[in-house]
Design a protein around this ligand. Structure first.
Ligand SMILES: Cc1cc2nc3c(=O)[nH]c(=O)nc-3n(C[C@H](O)[C@H](O)[C@H](O)COP(=O)(O)OP(=O)(O)OC[C@H]3O[C@@H](n4cnc5c(N)ncnc54)[C@H](O)[C@@H]3O)c2cc1C
Length: 394
């Protein structure tokens, strides 16, 4: 049966998180943005709220409710969206393939949200869109691996407690796999550089250099040489979370704009009466409605154990772009004041913009959708890889 409703409990949760986010998180959003400071205080508030609501290791939130929460936090402070997910137990999904050994070694890490994870996939020379071509290596040495390389664009770099690093591991002569490792941020051999970003400034991104970093074998996440399969499933769910946090920011901007245009007058009339003002608002409301349904469908498919790669990629290429366009329209409908830092619109615009790139670009997502529509035999990247392999053999 098709049913577009949320449960009563989920609706209550939405209201609770919205009230919390708008009263507790929103007032300091611009402070963290201006100072490019990680919002530790806000993270603690979210962890306290989670504990108060009775969620923890044994009782984690379902995916749809995590989506609802991140959407509501997106209305208030984009700096806190990913942290909400950590605080409310998303690492359980993120590290679904972690062994019991590693879970026991770091008992709080996977559930508490107290410790921050830095995802290390992208590299300065490769490994962004073409993740398979990364060059960081992890070479076995007794009970450890020795990691060397450079990772870049790591979100929440300055606050990271554990880096989740993907590195090439030797299979046999000339053949490499890719394996994931959990690396303590205190490990000797790590050095960092931080970027001064356009948006998401409360989650500073940076570059991590690994120079002979020793990591014990038990810190491996998922299977040896098959680390990407562990993370790709979460990245697909994360596309829905990214879509929803962008939609939260767009919806809040739209709500504020609707109030503004009802009260602002031009030619002795509220500007809401002019179709040039009301129609972009109608279009935005329509697109937001459709985009939300697609995001929740990704999470719903995941909960049902059904394939959702196509829907996830559709969300990721479309929704962050849609939301930056909507927020931009809201800025224009506010006239000169929308362009200033007096209002939160310009910050939301900068924040949402980053997620067109973060966790893979629209072009790469469209390639995924195209593969689903046309079939793998029409995938240019697979085709060129096959040609390269054949040429190496001859
Ligand atoms: C806000 C933000 C947060 C991020 N957080 C993280 C993080 O925590 N951890 C992490 O590892 N990374 C993170 N990233 C990095 C992000 O995942 C990469 O930037 C992204 O995957 C693109 O990789 P790249 O920057 O290396 O670009 P490239 O791969 O060099 O691509 C450059 C351009 O070429 C295009 N392109 C490449 N190949 C193709 C193709 N086959 N067809 C068409 N176009 C193509 C791309 O779409 C892009 O426009 C973050 C980025 C941002 C902006």
């Amino acid at each position: 049966m098709l049913d577009y409703t949320f449960t009563e409990e989920q609706e209550k949760f939405r209201k609770l998180i919205r009230d919390f986010a708008l009263t507790e998180l929103a007032p300091k959003a611009s402070y963290y943005d201006k100072n490019a400071e990680f919002p530790y205080e806000q993270l603690q508030k979210m962890i306290q709220l989670r504990k108060k609501l009775g969620y923890g290791k044994e009782n984690t939130l379902d995916l749809i409710s995590l989506g609802i929460g991140v959407e509501e936090v997106g209305r208030a402070d984009f700096n806190c969206t990913l942290l909400f997910l950590y605080a409310f137990g998303t690492l359980k999904y993120f590290f679904k393939d972690a062994s019991e050994e590693v879970k026991q070694k770091y008992p709080e890490f996977f559930y508490s949200g107290e410790q921050i994870v830095g995802l290390c996939m992208t590299e300065p020379k490769s490994g962004g869109s073409d993740i398979g071509s990364l060059t960081t290596t992890a070479i076995p040495d007794g009970d450890d691996y020795i990691i060397n390389g450079v990772k870049t664009s790591i979100t929440n770099m300055t606050a990271t407690d554990m880096f989740y690093i993907f590195a090439k591991t030797p299979v046999k002569e000339g053949l490499w796999g890719i394996t994931g490792f959990l690396v303590d941020a205190e490990s000797p051999g790590l050095s960092m550089k931080v970027y001064d970003d356009l948006g998401n400034r409360g989650n500073p991104r940076g570059t991590l250099t690994l120079n002979n970093v020793r990591v014990p074998k038990e810190n491996m996440i998922g299977q040896l040489h098959r680390g990407l399969t562990s993370i790709l499933n979460y990245l697909n769910i994360n596309k829905a979370f990214i879509g929803l946090m962008c939609l939260g920011a767009a919806q809040q901007s739209l709500d504020e704009t609707i109030e503004y245009v009802k009260n602002r007058e031009a030619y002795n009339l509220p500007i809401a009466m002019f179709e040039g003002v009301s129609f972009p608002i109608v279009e935005a409301a329509t697109f937001i409605e459709a985009a939300r349904l697609l995001c929740y469908k990704v999470l719903w498919l995941e909960e049902k154990g059904l394939r959702n790669a196509k829907e996830g990629a559709m969300v990721k290429w479309w929704v962050p772009k849609l939301c930056s366009d909507i927020i931009w329209d809201c800025i224009v409908l506010h006239g000169h004041i929308g362009y200033s830092t007096e209002l939160p619109l310009e910050k939301r615009f900068r924040d949402v913009l980053g997620w067109q790139i973060g966790d893979a670009t629209p072009q790469i997502q469209k390639l995924i959708v195209a593969r689903e529509i046309f079939g793998k035999e029409f995938d240019l990247t697979r085709y060129t890889r096959r040609l390269k392999r054949e040429n190496t053999k001859t």
